[in-house]
Design a protein around this ligand. Structure first.
Ligand code: ZN
Length: 195
């Protein structure tokens, strides 16, 4: 996205979420999400303002981008590549949803889990969403997480909580924000993929 659009939308979000951000923080945020194209970024920010209570984390932008691509696949992918295969591993989405817990990510005694989408190595549907060439099977993911010392889950660890009681979004502190950043960097290096 262009720096101008980023600046314009950042000011809007800071006002709306009553958040102040210095230039260094804004620069870091821009570096991490600049791959999102203008059109998508506009829509993502509008939607965040309508639906979110807190200023989004870097990871929220990435997840929103992922959702945007799956809703608008023909806008970024050659339609010839859009033939969807059946896949029992990913349900045809092309992406394996994986939850990881790095041991240092704890908030008020509760483990924090981060969701990372991996390109499914059991089918070719990942081409619909990811720009990478590297794909993963579950065994690869487990091996990668073991190497990093992360706990891994293929089920949403928060789902149980959501069912038990009204799920409240944890106001994740800056520490967790940094953890997501490190995490994405590490997975990025290891897996060589970007969202
Ligand atoms: Zn698959």
């Amino acid at each position: 996205m262009s720096p101008e659009l980023f600046q314009e939308k950042l000011e809007l979000m800071c006002k709306w979420f009553k958040k102040s951000m210095d230039e260094d923080q804004a620069q870091i945020l821009y570096e991490r999400i600049r791959f999102i194209p203008d059109e998508a970024f506009r829509e993502i920010v509008d939607q965040m303002i309508e639906t979110m209570k807190y200023f989004p984390l870097i990871n929220d932008f990435k997840m929103a981008w992922r959702d945007w691509i799956s809703q608008n696949p023909t806008k970024i992918i050659d339609p010839d590549q859009l033939i969807q295969e059946e896949c029992s591993e990913c349900g045809g989405t092309g992406m394996l949803d994986v939850w990881v817990h790095p041991p240092e990510s704890v908030y008020k005694g509760e483990k924090l889990w981060y969701s990372i989408p991996f390109p499914c190595g059991f089918c070719n549907n990942w081409k619909r969403i990811f720009t990478t060439k590297k794909t993963f099977k579950r065994a690869d993911i487990i091996k990668l997480c073991e190497k990093k010392g992360w706990e891994v889950s293929f089920e949403d660890p928060y789902r149980v909580k959501k069912e038990e009681k009204d799920f409240e979004r944890i106001p994740i502190p800056e520490m967790a924000n940094m953890a997501v950043k490190d995490l994405n960097q590490e997975v990025g290096e290891e897996g060589g993929y970007q969202l």
